[in-house]
Write a protein that binds this ligand. Sequence first.
Ligand code: PLP
Length: 373
Amino acid sequence: MIYLDHAATTKPLKNVLATYHQIASKHFANPSSPHHLGESSEDIILAAKKIWCDYFNIPAHGIIFTSGGTESNYLLIKTLLFQQRQNEAVHIIATTVEHASLYETLKILKRRSDISVTFLQPEKNGKISRNQLVQALKPTTKLITIQTTNSETGIQQDIKMIGAFAQEHKLFFHTDAVQAFGKCNLAHIFDHADAVSISAHKIHGVKGIGALLIKHPENLAKPFYAGSQFGFKQGTIDPALIASFAVATDDYISHEKTRLDQLKMCRRYFIEQLQAAQLPLTIINRENEQSHIIACLCDNVSGDLIQQALNRQQIYVSTKSACQSHSSGPLRSLAPLFGDNQHHHFLRISCGYFTSLEDLDQVIKLLTKHLRK
Ligand SMILES: Cc1ncc(COP(=O)(O)O)c(C=O)c1O
């Protein structure tokens, strides 16, 4: 089996699963309970938080655990709307290529008379420009939410430029970094962003846990008076899920350079081999070395056909992101680059820390066979 769908999800590490099992068996008490067992659960959560506090340089009360990237994005919108005063008009700047959790939520919110949303369509290179932000800005703009890395094309937005624009105009800047965390160095992202969404299952953690990270939580009004998450979110939090997320994060951070070098090497090698074989396909976002995603358009054949041919050989790749898998319509992420009718040709190969060059050789061999038919 060759797994090349790491943008969809990753296999949990052994020590992630062992940690989950150990903590879930021993420290099962509710961390809000006033007894010793509850306190031990709370201690586990406090100790786990240190890993994100140190890497991102944010306070412990700026880490809000969620069920994953989707809920982190929902929570960000909910938190920002809670800052809105009665009868205050609020304008939000987002993009047409955001993950469905943001895009669809903002589309629904846009129906409200007090909320307006500008969805910027990236330029031909897939990126949002400063000029577009300038054009979109309104006196009522409160929030910019723009993803760090796209889940289909792997294109990265210019977070530094967007952050500088947001700071200049005193706007709150959130970035969905679910596809970026673990794939590029984000240690300084809070120099630019005010809030960041991340998810454990994209970095070899388990599914069902993620976080919304907030740089200055003290500046935000909270929807709830109290609760285990500083008034940002209610519900019982699970020390086992959180500790296992911390183990996955720690594994990445302590091997960051090796992990990123491996992803870069795989990408470079795969693209070189594709070019050497002169296969009839177009590589999207070729220049960006900081992505684990190799996105292609197969020139004369549908991506589904190639994906199924690889599938028969137990090689797992994708033709769209998992959140689009039940839709047969155009991919929003491809529209700025190729218009609306190229999605049938799309193929996404996403490498992981443990992908080998031999794995990639096998894929090249099969691609050569099927694309040259
Ligand atoms: C950019 C992006 N944001 C958010 C999500 C949702 O994350 P989760 O699956 O943890 O809810 C994904 C998942 O693919 C994603 O790629």
